[in-house]
Design a binder for this molecule. Structure first.
Ligand SMILES: NC(=O)c1ccc[n+]([C@@H]2O[C@H](COP(=O)([O-])OP(=O)(O)OC[C@H]3O[C@@H](n4cnc5c(N)ncnc54)[C@H](OP(=O)(O)O)[C@@H]3O)[C@@H](O)[C@H]2O)c1
Length: 340
């Protein structure tokens, strides 16, 4: 059994009054718990959510701390929505102390964003890449500031199949689509993004980290299962599943998975937020800017990694390749229309 890594309780006594943070995908799971703790400590947290109603529900659920919240719409699968979010944020705020690129999804079939990118690469990486670029000047003006990018241990692949970035076919137009591989590639892009940001921002007081949050009992396992079922059930049943999907996800999360969580070594969402919070709050974290921080995880195929580490060396050598990280940043900049 591997010990769940938790923040030093002293970090939760830090006063965050006057600090402004953005958490993407803050309406559920790990993002909600990250936002809750920051609000508890006095920060003003902008919940950047695809569904504003769900964001407002989340804001109400975490109200009562010393801090405050605002909900702003952000669909990372639509680059115009990312630009609108950034414009609205920059109009309303004159500082940004922490950007938590937390939102993410995992799907079982080849789907595309509004702009035509493969959905997981588009939402998990490109949407966040553009968001970060648009907020970078303000992050630098507010330094010391931090960027946390929530990745996954899936970025590592396995010893026989280390994942990389396929620049010749980012959109799965030539390759056979493989859901887990596509998710893993988007999460490798997250790790490389943090690495490249750290290099580019050296000396500016802005630090960047990538994170594996652990295998948490968020809506992600439930919604992945529902999406999988939608693909395999006969066509007449599929719309019914879509109609019931929200209740079904909550049922899987709270009824099906809860009793078997210890057996599966699933952790709570609160524990799932610990790695991001450590990167946000620990005084020593900026001296590891660019590094990968991992919760413990039995799903690592490399046994040596299962205890996790804050920070930890990724078993995927491609995650340490600066040339790959730089090329990904250049290509991403072109794809999101920020090329020079
Ligand atoms: N749970 C795990 O075991 C685990 C393991 C490794 C990594 N992660 C990573 O942890 C992060 C948080 O996930 P979670 O586990 O907390 O899952 P979750 O409860 O499903 O939360 C995911 C969040 O991302 C949001 N999102 C999805 N697509 C979006 C889009 N196009 N634009 C804006 N927001 C979008 C979701 O919004 P809606 O509610 O509107 O869908 C939701 O708020 C993700 O990056 C995930 O890949 C999770």
């Amino acid at each position: 059994m591997y010990r769940t890594l938790r923040c030093d309780p002293k970090l939760f006594e830090k006063d965050l009054l006057g600090r402004t943070c953005i958490v993407t995908g803050a309406n559920s799971g790990i993002g909600l718990e990250t936002a809750r703790q920051l609000v508890r400590q006095g920060a003003h947290v902008v919940l950047a959510c695809r569904r504003v109603d769900a964001g407002k529900e989340a804001a109400a659920a975490i109200a009562g701390g010393r801090g405050t919240t605002a909900v702003m719409p952000l669909d990372l699968g639509d680059l115009d929505s990312v630009r609108r979010f950034a414009r609205a944020f920059l109009d309303q705020y004159d500082r940004l102390d922490a950007l938590v690129n937390n939102a993410g999804l995992s799907v079982f079939s080849l789907q595309r964003t509004v702009d035509g990118f493969e959905l997981m690469f588009g939402v998990n990486h490109l949407g966040h890449f553009l968001l970060t670029e648009l907020l970078l000047d303000l992050l630098q003006a507010s330094a010391p500031s931090r960027i946390v990018i929530v990745s996954s241990l899936i970025h590592a692949g396995s010893a026989g199949n280390r994942l990389t970035i396929h620049f010749d076919d980012l959109g799965y137009e030539k390759r056979q689509f493989a859901a887990m591989q596509a998710y893993g590639e988007s999460k490798l892009a997250n790790v490389l993004h943090a690495r490249e940001l750290a290099k580019r921002l050296e000396g500016t007081g802005v630090s960047a980290f990538s994170v594996h949050p652990g295998w948490a009992r968020s809506e992600l396992p439930g919604s992945s299962l529902v999406r999988f079922m939608q693909n395999v059930v006969p066509r007449p049943v599929s719309p019914l599943l879509t109609l019931m999907s929200t209740s079904l996800v909550r049922f899987i999360q709270n009824v099906v998975l809860r009793p078997v969580s210890p057996l599966l070594t699933l952790i709570s969402n609160e524990d799932g937020a610990q790695t991001s919070l450590h990167c946000l709050l620990d005084d020593d974290a900026p001296s590891h800017s660019g590094a990968y921080f991992s919760q413990s995880g039995i799903l690592y195929s490399d046994k040596a990694c299962r205890a996790g580490g804050w920070p930890m060396r990724s078993p995927n050598e491609n995650a340490h390749d600066d040339a790959l990280a730089r090329r990904l940043a250049d290509v991403s900049r072109e794809l999101v229309g920020q090329g020079t």
